[in-house]
Design a protein around this ligand. Structure first.
Ligand code: ADP
Length: 359
C-alpha cells in the first residue's frame, strides 16, 4: 500500500515538495522537476527559496518561519497570485497549498504547487476585453444620443417648411400636394423614430434605485391603460408582487410596454387575457407577463428585442419596434435577463429577472 501511495505522489498532476523545519527541500515529485526544470538531485538539500524569485524571498522566509510555529492546512498568499522561479530564470504564476505532516524524520511541511500561468493570462485577457467592451458600449450609447439629439433640429426645420408649403397650396388636389403629404407622413414617422432612439439612448441616465412596490407599479400602469383595457374587453390577473430595489420610472415603462403589447397583439375576436406573476427563482425575482394573443415564431424570439425590429405590418398592428428594445435595456440596467416563450396562434409569455438586492 505504501508503495502505491508513493507512486501516486510521485506521478501526481501537481508539483509536490516536502520541506523540513529549516525550510530545506527533502523530497520533490516528478511534476516538480518538469515544472521548475530541475533534476531532483539539484533541489533536494537546497532551501525552498531557490524556487522563489529574488524579490519575494525575504517575506517568504518570514512567512515560512511563522508557519512552522503554528502549522495548519491552508492556501498560501491569501488568494493573491504567487510566483515561482524556474531553473532557466523564467517566472511562473502558481497557487500553493500547504499541509503540515508528521514523518519518521520529524514534522514537515508539504507544499502542493499548481501552475496557473495560463489561467491568469486568460483571466487578464478576458478582463481587458470586458473593459474594452464597456468603453465601446458607452461610446455607442453616447453616439446614438448625440446623433438622435442633433437630428431633431434639421427635422424640425423640414417639418416647418412642409407646413408652410401645405398652407400655400391650401388643400389643392395636385400631384405636388400628394408629394408634400407623402413627405409629411415620412417626416412624422422619422420624428417618432429619432425620438425613440433618443429615449432609448437616454434610458437609465441619472437613475436611482428606489425600494419599489411592484403591486403599485402594475396597478398604476393598469389605471393608465384603462380606456384601452375597456375598449378591448381585456382581463388582467395580477399575482402577488414583491417590493424590490428598482429604477421606478423605467420599471413602470417596462410594464406599460409589456401590457400594452399583450393587448395590441391580440387575436381577432378573442378578448385579451393577461396573467402577471412573480416568483423567486435561483435567488432572483422572475416576473412573467403572459397573454393569449397571436404569438411569436421561435425564430424571432431574439430578434424582437432589437431596436426597430417588427414582425407585423403597420396596417395590421401599429408600432415602431422600440418597446421591447427598451424593456431589454431596462432589465439589463437592473442586472437581469429577459426572454420570451411563445406558441404562434395561442399566446406569448415574456419573462424577466431582477436580482433580489438587499440594500
Ligand atoms: P412595437 O410594439 O412598437 O412593434 P416592440 O419592440 O414592442 O415594438 O415589439 C417588437 C415586435 O415584437 C412587435 O412588432 C411584434 O411583432 C412582437 N411582439 C411584441 N410583443 C408581442 C406579443 N405580446 N405578442 C405577439 N407579438 C409580440
Amino acid at each position: 500500500m505504501r508503495n502505491t501511495f508513493e507512486i501516486v505522489v510521485e506521478y501526481a498532476p501537481n508539483a509536490i515538495v516536502l520541506i523540513d523545519k529549516t525550510g530545506t527541500i527533502a523530497y520533490i515529485n516528478k511534476h516538480t522537476e518538469d515544472l521548475f526544470g530541475y533534476h531532483r538531485d539539484e533541489l533536494i538539500g537546497q532551501k525552498l527559496e531557490v524556487l522563489i524569485p529574488e524579490r519575494f524571498r525575504h517575506p517568504h522566509v518570514h512567512m515560512r518561519d511563522s508557519y512552522i510555529v503554528s502549522p495548519s492546512a491552508r492556501r498560501m498568499g491569501d488568494g493573491h497570485p504567487l510566483y515561482g522561479l524556474r531553473k532557466d530564470g523564467s517566472e511562473i504564476t502558481v497557487e500553493i497549498g500547504l499541509n503540515p505532516i508528521a514523518t519518521a524524520e520529524g514534522s514537515m511541511m508539504q507544499a502542493s504547487i499548481i501552475d496557473i500561468t495560463e489561467r491568469k493570462k486568460q483571466e487578464s485577457i478576458i478582463r481587458k476585453q470586458m473593459i474594452e467592451l464597456e468603453i465601446k458600449n458607452r461610446e455607442l450609447e453616447q453616439f446614438s444620443y448625440i446623433a438622435s439629439h442633433d437630428l431633431q433640429e434639421p427635422l424640425r426645420t423640414v417639418t416647418n417648411y412642409i407646413h408652410i408649403l401645405k398652407h400655400e397650396l391650401k388643400g389643392e388636389a395636385s400631384e405636388t400636394m400628394r408629394c408634400i403629404n407623402a413627405i409629411d407622413q415620412s417626416t412624422a414617422r422619422m420624428r417618432v423614430l429619432v425620438r425613440g432612439l433618443l429615449d432609448f439612448a437616454r434610458l437609465g441616465r441619472d437613475r436611482e434605485l428606489v425600494h419599489t412596490d411592484c403591486n403599485r407599479i402594475v396597478a398604476d400602469v393598469i389605471a393608465d391603460l384603462e380606456s384601452l383595457i375597456r375598449s378591448t374587453h381585456a382581463v388582467i390577473h395580477v399575482g402577488p408582487m414583491p417590493k424590490i430595489w428598482a429604477y421606478e420610472v423605467e420599471l413602470h415603462q417596462l410594464f406599460q410596454n409589456l401590457i400594452s403589447n399583450a393587448i395590441k397583439f391580440r387575436r381577432e375576436h378573442v378578448a385579451p387575457v393577461i396573467n402577471i406573476e412573480c416568483h423567486m427563482v435561483n435567488d432572483m425575482w422572475e416576473f412573467s407577463v403572459a397573454d393569449n394573443g397571436i404569438g411569436i415564431k421561435p425564430r424571432y424570439f431574439e430578434k424582437i428585442f432589437n431596436i426597430f425590429q417588427r414582425l407585423n405590418r403597420d396596417e395590421e398592428y401599429e408600432g415602431h419596434g422600440i418597446g421591447l428594445a427598451n424593456c431589454k435595456k431596462i432589465i439589463e440596467l437592473h442586472g437581469g435577463k429577459m426572454r420570451v416563450e411563445s406558441e404562434p396562434g395561442s399566446g406569448s409569455t415574456f419573462y424577466f429577472t431582477i436580482p433580489d438586492l438587499k440594500l
